[in-house]
Design a protein around this ligand. Sequence first.
Ligand code: NDP
Length: 445
Amino acid sequence: MDSRLEAVYVEVMRRNPGEPEFQQAVLDVFESLGPVLDRHPEYTEAAVLERLCEPERQIIFRVPWVDDSGRIQINRGFRVEFNSALGPYKGGLRFHPSVNVGIVKFLGFEQVFKNSLTGMPIGGGKGGSDFDPRGRSDGEVMRFCQSFMTELYRHIGEHTDVPAGDIGVGRREIGYLFGQYKRITNRYESGVLTGKGVTWGGSLVRTEATGYGTVLFIEEMLRTRGLTIDGKRVIVSGSGNVATYAIAKVHQLGGRVVACSDSSGYVVDESGIDLNLLRDVKEVERSRISAYADRRESARFVPDGSIWDVGAEVALPCATQNELDESQALSLVRGGLLAVAEGANMPTTPAAVRVLGKAGVLFGPGKAANAGGVATSALEMQQNASRDAWTENYTEQRLTEIMVAIHQRCVETADEYGQPGNYVSGANIAGFVKVADAVLALGVI
Ligand code: NDP
């Protein structure tokens, strides 16, 4: 790595010990930035890198609530307001037992560059809790969300910080969070949260946007090689919000998804994943994915091993960070892999990214490939601000245009910096330069 970047990275490691995911996310961006600093010495002089690696504000709070048996439970809540040079902090809330400040910082850091890449006026932030909604009743989830918002409300607002969903936070949780915000503030401030239900201020296509956008992005990547997703064999990891709508879009475009997963294992269904059944199992019943195989003759459930061993031409990791490692990447390459797009945030380890690069596999990083979700959140904010509700067709058309534009921005930036076809560099550099210029323009604040 360039010595100017290395000096800052060493300092980031020293200041953020025990946060390997955050350090990994910073390294991923820094590895692309050498040529940018050569062209823009003003970034180094004005300590832009140092400023971008330090969140503007980090909030950690206690979340007490009472479970169904009357016992008091204590969780920890987080909101990291990373950078607001381009607009209000924007980024989801994650409820998962693995959540800690390092995870939230990695997600918030990535979000800054992703949001910049969308071209929309939004800064970056992220939050969440180590609360695990799995196995909890609706009443418990509601009481937890109300307690979480009882502290969070004082830090957010439509012009300040606008949270949304992420792992473990979907329409149900956003409803409870919005309800409590409305009650405490006595304001129907629709723009304070995105991912709302369409009857109470949400946008059509927001639920589908991340998964749809990821597939639209990989379709654009394939097109650069004269290919399409039509007829391709596809693996999608996960079976939550992003995975579900990635599967839907692959099927709409003529591809066949043969495997998907949750944290208990994966299912293989050579006749193509039946989306209605998957949604019944995961969304409606909130069951484990093995229930899918129990009800479908063509499917089998595999409780251990790796979904990536199933083999496919297209792989869409849509579950969580570092879920596709080097040996799994090698296995995919041996199976004839053509392209990967990250529906999840940082699901591919750095060593796996190198394997894919060496093998000439098209690789779309999450900052670009899954940006359709936050971009449609920004469209939801636009509709809220104008008290309007757009049609499904119009909103999906806007999403498509945004994904095509992000792809174009990545390709042009990679070309401009002498790395044609390198979507990682294209996304990192394009996202970085826009935020860096705004940071410079706003002075030392
Ligand atoms: P959901 O909670 O809806 O689904 C998550 C899925 O991933 C579930 O199938 C879950 O399995 C599985 N999963 C979660 N953690 C693990 C783990 N540690 N090991 C194995 N499987 C796991 O979340 P989303 O679909 O919203 O988010 C998925 C990814 O996409 C995340 O990386 C998120 O940051 C990213 N993302 C989401 C956006 C959005 O709009 N929602 C926007 C951009 C990125 P189980 O059911 O067993 O828990």
